[in-house]
Every structure is written in structure tokens, then in C-alpha cells.
Design a protein around this ligand. Structure first.
Ligand code: NAP
Length: 233
């Protein structure tokens, strides 16, 4: 159970949904988790469940100074950084004429600029630990769909960023992992599909990614719910 004993992990979007599930699982598995998001109260409630194992950090990932402070504070407090999970994300959906400029900018800033900033400031610390960067993309990062103009563009962009990071960090033995889940039952969607994955199922996949045997890298993982035949299109 304690495969992440002594590991220092930052999880963005740790206040709810998949990020909170990851924080719980990693803390149970022995890691010291820094959970970052904007909702201080939710982060503090989560930290209270795992006293001393989850450290709440209020941070807007679209703001470079706050992201730098997240990384610096983590390393100053815990001495190193082993795993960065770029999980925070937002979705706003509508056809291109319907999609507002504000929603476009929001998705680009949270889903793409956020992982750029966290990676930029974390890489100098992940090189000495030969750590991991885990990007939570989406099936929407490999398959576009009508109404997903901004969301798909941000997640396709994240796939490209992850590919660049893979190639830039290979020589340093920093592992770059990207998971592309289908629908997950979180507050992300107002009406999650009945067959959607649970946050715990996606968490388990990410757990396997970061505890892979020595010499193994799960570079890209596509994970989908099994759709009952009568609900298939
Ligand atoms: P969620 O329940 O809505 O959680 C999103 C998280 O992102 C929250 O913790 C939120 O925290 C954080 N966040 C949003 N804006 C932020 C900002 N500016 N700065 C810092 N944190 C911010 O969504 P989820 O389903 O867990 O999504 C997790 C990831 O999975 C996302 O990248 C999403 O795109 C991806 N994904 C989701 C689904 C799905 O169907 N749910 C499917 C595939 C992929 P605060 O509001 O407290 O800041």
C-alpha cells in the first residue's frame, strides 16, 4: 500500500473531483501531498482527513507568481519534489459562434498555461529526483467533437506540451505521463453519464502510472468507460 512512502507530490485541482481522490490515494500510499486549488475551505477539509499528510495550498494556476510560490514553498518545506500532477481543468462548451472569448481564455489559461507554468517552475526540482510529470488530459485531447472548440483545443495543446516535455526530459530520466480519460463522475459535468468512470477508477490508473516498475514509462494512457450496448451510438 505504501509504495509512495517518502515521495513529495503536488496535485493541482486538489480541492474536489479527481484531484481530491488522487490526494487521498497518494496520502494513503505514503506520500506527502501538496493539494493546490483556489478553494481554501475545501482544501483545508481534505487536509483535515489526513492530518500531516496533505498540505493545502491556495493557488490560482493562471497566475505565474502564485505557481512559483507553490513550487518554492513545497521544496522549501519538504526538501524536494518527486511528482507533479497537472490535474486542474475547466470545461466550457458551445459551438464556436456561441463560445465567449472569456470562456476560451479561461480554458487556455487553466488547462494549458497552468501546466506550462507548473512544469516550468517544477522541472529544476524534478531533475535531481528523476521524478514524474503526470498530465490529466482527456479523450477530448485526441478526438475533437462539435461544441468542444475551446476545450479540445486546450487539451490537444496539452498533448503537444506533454510530447515536448517527454523529449526534453528524457535525458534527465524525468518521466512524463499523460492520461486521457473519457467521462468521469465529478462536478465537472452537470449531468455525468450513468456509465461514466469514477474518480477512484481514474485515480487507480494514475497510481499504477506513478508506481510503474523501474525502467517502465506509461507515456500515454487512454481510458474509457465501457458503454452498455443499448446506450452506444
Ligand atoms: P472538477 O471536479 O471540476 O475539478 C476541477 C479542479 O480544478 C478543482 O479542484 C478546481 O479547484 C481546479 N481549478 C479550476 N480552475 C483553477 C484555477 N484557476 N487554479 C487552480 N485550480 C483550479 O473536475 P474533474 O472532473 O475532477 O477534472 C479533473 C481533470 O480531469 C481536468 O483536467 C479535466 O479536464 C479532466 N477530465 C475530466 C473529465 C470529466 O468528465 N470529469 C473527463 C476527462 C478529463 P478550485 O475551483 O478550487 O480552484
Amino acid at each position: 500500500m505504501a509504495d509512495l512512502q517518502g515521495k513529495i507530490v503536488i496535485i493541482t485541482g486538489g480541492s474536489k473531483g479527481l484531484g481530491a481522490s488522487l490526494a487521498r490515494r497518494f496520502a494513503q500510499g505514503g506520500a506527502q501531498v501538496v493539494a493546490a486549488a483556489r478553494s481554501t475551505d475545501a482544501l483545508e477539509r481534505l487536509a483535515g482527513e489526513f492530518s500531516g499528510h496533505i498540505f493545502p495550498f491556495t493557488c490560482d494556476l493562471t497566475q505565474a507568481d502564485q505557481v512559483k510560490s507553490l513550487i518554492d514553498t513545497t521544496v522549501n518545506q519538504f526538501g524536494k519534489l518527486d511528482i507533479l500532477v497537472n490535474n486542474a481543468g475547466v470545461g466550457r462548451f458551445g459551438s464556436i459562434p456561441e463560445l465567449s472569448e472569456e470562456d476560451w481564455d479561461l480554458m487556455m489559461n487553466v488547462n494549458l498555461k497552468g501546466p506550462f507554468l507548473t512544469s516550468k517552475f517544477a522541472i529544476p526540482h524534478l531533475i535531481p529526483s528523476k521524478g514524474h510529470i503526470v498530465n490529466v488530459s482527456s479523450v477530448a485531447g485526441i478526438e475533437a467533437f462539435p461544441g468542444g472548440g475551446g476545450y479540445c483545443a486546450s487539451k490537444f495543446g496539452l498533448m503537444a506540451l506533454a510530447d515536448v516535455l517527454t523529449k526534453e526530459l528524457k535525458k534527465h530520466e524525468v518521466k512524463v505521463n499523460t492520461i486521457c480519460p473519457g467521462s468521469i463522475q465529478t462536478e465537472f459535468s452537470e449531468n455525468p453519464k450513468s456509465y461514466a468512470l469514477t474518480a477512484e477508477q481514474v485515480t487507480e490508473a494514475i497510481w499504477h502510472i506513478v508506481t510503474a516498475p523501474e525502467g517502465v514509462i506509461y507515456n500515454q494512457v487512454i481510458m474509457r468507460p465501457q458503454v452498455p450496448p443499448q446506450m452506444q451510438k
